[in-house]
Design a protein around this ligand. Structure first.
Ligand SMILES: Nc1ncnc2c1ncn2[C@@H]1O[C@H](COP(=O)(O)OP(=O)(O)O)[C@@H](O)[C@H]1O
Ligand SMILES: [Mg+2]
Length: 312
């Protein structure tokens, strides 16, 4: 257990006036973020992740509930809270007539932090953007722009960094690079809160995650704890078309289902299951193709808790 740096109690946020068209974006969410952790807010599109960050940033007034950052109430002292936070810029905010280094300079200055040329250069070097320092953001690649957005978030050296889907729409290589940078800003002693709908990202980076869905908190814990709490077996995935009842009767099978053209089987005795499945397939004169086995992951946790998949 760590020391809570952010406390959120019964947070309710509604968009629009009361009535049938009102959107209840957060329906009483409570959570704590500990100092020095990478905390993940995991949920599908529309879950309320960005809304929660907007409240933290003081951009949105909650309908009810209490949010404090280092003991400061966001509603009472939004400026005091904002000073403690670094926020990843929206991509659109980068489309500007400022060069990369001018932008870093400006964003630090907004917090009354005035950086020297050397400080800006070393920050850009850490984010592998030193060569681009005289470029305009619009001329950067997607990955470089995203790194710039994260660099700008820590230009004023905040203790807490909020990253809203930092790697969405990036290719795998650019994603890995951002993951490395997130680890770096974390190793520098900062608390990082990131939102994602990628379970892979959450598992790789986050010490603890909170799963939210449709404005409600569904589960919380370390990825390992959440997965262990499922008590699930090995997932076997293959391309087969067999009667589901027969698959369910195969030794070791806990459950089986079809997803698209794949047969997915959860097994507590994967070797026995695979052998029996091979025999069953042979009886139906089908080759066992594209077999893959994996351990359960956060996607399975979400599926079990909500009955739906995370990817949307
Ligand atoms: N400005 C807004 N006006 C009305 N509804 C909104 C607004 N912003 C978000 N919403 C709605 O609130 C819910 C949560 O949105 P959001 O916090 O953006 O989710 P996420 O970031 O998890 O995708 C969604 O149903 C979304 O459509
Ligand atoms: Mg969002």
């Amino acid at each position: 257990m760590g020391e809570a740096i952010i406390q959120i109690e019964n947070l309710v946020v509604n968009y629009g006036r009361p009535g049938p068209r009102q959107v209840q974006a957060l329906k009483g969410v409570s959570l704590e973020v500990y100092r020095g952790e990478i905390f993940g807010l995991l949920g599908p599109n529309g879950a309320g992740k960005t809304t929660l960050l907007s409240v933290l940033e003081g951009l949105l007034k909650p309908g009810a509930g209490r949010v404090t950052v280092q003991g400061i109430d966001v509603t009472r002292d939004p400026t005091g809270v904002r000073r403690l936070l670094g926020t990843q810029l929206q991509q659109t905010a980068l489309v500007d007539d400022l060069t990369v280094e001018e932008l870093i300079n400006l964003y630090a200055a907004l917090y009354e932090v005035y950086l020297t040329k050397e400080q800006i250069h070393s920050l850009l070097e850490r984010f592998d953007l030193a060569e681009q320092r005289r470029e305009y953001p619009r001329r950067l690649s997607g990955g470089q722009r995203q790194r710039l957005a994260v660099a700008a978030a820590i230009a004023h050296d905040p203790q807490i960094v909020l990253l809203d889907e930092p790697t969405s729409a990036l290719d795998p290589q650019a994603r890995r690079k951002i993951w490395g940078m997130i680890r770096t800003i974390h190793e520098e002693g900062r608390t990082v809160i990131l939102t994602t709908h990628s379970m892979e990202e959450a598992e790789l980076l986050c010490g603890r995650v909170s799963i939210i869905d449709r404005g409600q908190h569904v589960a919380m814990g370390s990825p390992v704890q959440l997965i262990a709490s499922l008590d699930a077996g090995t997932m076997i995935k293959t391309v087969l078309e067999l009667p589901l009842e027969e698959v369910q009767a195969v030794p070791g099978v806990v459950q089986a289902r079809y997803t698209g053209q794949h047969l997915e089987v959860e097994s507590c005795q994967p070797n026995e299951t695979l052998a029996a499945l091979t025999a069953l397939a042979a009886r139906y004169r089908q080759p066992l193709g594209e077999v893959s086995m994996r351990q359960p992951n956060l996607e399975d946790v979400f599926l079990q808790l909500t009955g739906r998949t995370l990817q949307v």
